[in-house]
Ligand binder design. Structure first.
Ligand SMILES: Nc1ncnc2c1ncn2[C@@H]1O[C@H](COP(=O)(O)OP(=O)(O)OP(=O)(O)O)[C@@H](O)[C@H]1O
Ligand SMILES: [Mg+2]
Length: 312
């Protein structure tokens, strides 16, 4: 793998600089005749790290590799650099996950609508700023109504279980109401791929600080990882622990089987090798061996805990 230089890529004329979210990002178009793995003439999102964690963008790339091995729908994410005001800026380059409006073929245009927009419509008191009303009960209700009205396919529980399992495996605490949604085309809708996966994998810990953590400290840290989803709208503090959400969904035996099957069919060795290869990528903010060791400890321990939950 190589760091892709996107400094000469064209910014999208409508949403060149991106208004939504916490980090600086741009919508860019890959040049025609780009080489693999870049798809020629298609749009990408270039996203920088959060300022306090300069190597955070690697978490999004690792999350993509994990998602690929888990066989859940996650957009391709690659290391990239650009130049802003004469400064080289590293980040992650993410395949655009739907067909945007590029001025022609209007019947092919797709649109992403965040789940939060619907929650706000249905429950006007929904606090989209803090997301404190984002909860599983209302999520299930929304998906059920959409499926009944044939807005989405009836297998939405599969999407929910994929989301819960993937988030628990990478320790993603940020699946808020703007980090999932629906993609609409002229015929109907579907649930979005799982995007914005950089807030996990221990990205907020500096590797020199955690090097001395013993197993107890480490397990306490993992067990504190919360999903963004609350259990219901009323108790805005009661968030699912990431593992707890998986256990809850596994109450359905079919879904338990689906999740266990997804985990057991991962070739862990192969997945970790692919992640470790990122340490060889030339980049101004490299993926260090220490970062890899930390992420490996997180993924393998989370994996074991999840298997225990699903096998018990
Ligand atoms: N692969 C993608 N293709 C198209 N649009 C995307 C893609 N990824 C993200 N977006 C859109 O861009 C918005 C911001 O991106 P993203 O959520 O990844 O960034 P963020 O700054 O980390 O957000 P947050 O504030 O949630 O941390 C998303 O809410 C979504 O609307
Ligand atoms: Mg986001």
């Amino acid at each position: 793998m190589k760091t892709i230089n996107v400094k000469d890529w064209a910014q999208d004329e409508h949403s060149g600089i991106f208004p939504i979210g916490a980090r600086d990002k741009q919508m860019l178009w890959a040049p025609e005749k780009s080489q693999k793995p870049i798809k020629s003439g298609t749009p990408y999102l270039f996203k920088e790290s959060i300022r306090s964690y300069p190597d955070q963008f690697w978490a999004e790339i690792v999350a993509y590799i994990v998602g690929k091995h888990l066989k859940v729908d996650v957009p391709v994410a690659l290391p990239a650099i650009t130049k802003i005001d004469e400064e080289i800026v590293p980040g992650v380059l993410i395949e655009w996950m739907y067909q945007p409006d590029n001025g022609n073929k209007s019947d092919e245009v797709e649109k992403l609508i965040h789940a939060g927009d619907y929650f706000k419509q249905i429950f006007p008191e929904f606090d989209t700023k803090s997301g404190k009303h984002h909860n599983l009960n209302d999520t299930i209700l929304l998906l059920k109504i959409f499926a009944q009205h044939k807005v989405i396919a009836p297998d939405y529980w599969n999407w929910l279980s994929d989301m819960a399992l993937f988030d628990a495996l990478i320790g993603n605490t940020d699946r808020h109401q703007e980090n999932w949604g629906f993609i609409f085309d002229k015929d109907g809708g579907r649930l979005s791929p799982l995007y914005d996966n950089g807030t996990g994998l221990g990205h907020e810990r500096f590797t020199d600080k955690i090097a001395t953590w013993n197993d107890d400290t480490f397990h306490r840290y993992l067990n504190k990882g919360l999903h963004h989803l609350r259990k219901n709208r009323e108790n805005t503090h009661d968030r699912f622990i990431l593992f707890e959400l998986v256990a809850f969904i596994a109450g359905n035996k079919e879904l338990e089987k689906r999740m266990l099957n997804a985990l057991t069919t991962i070739d862990l060795k192969c997945m970790l090798t692919e992640i470790e290869e990122l340490t060889q990528v030339d980049n101004p903010t490299p993926f260090t061996a220490e970062r890899f060791a930390w992420i490996k400890r997180i993924i393998t321990t989370r994996y074991d805990i999840l298997r225990d939950i699903l096998e018990s």
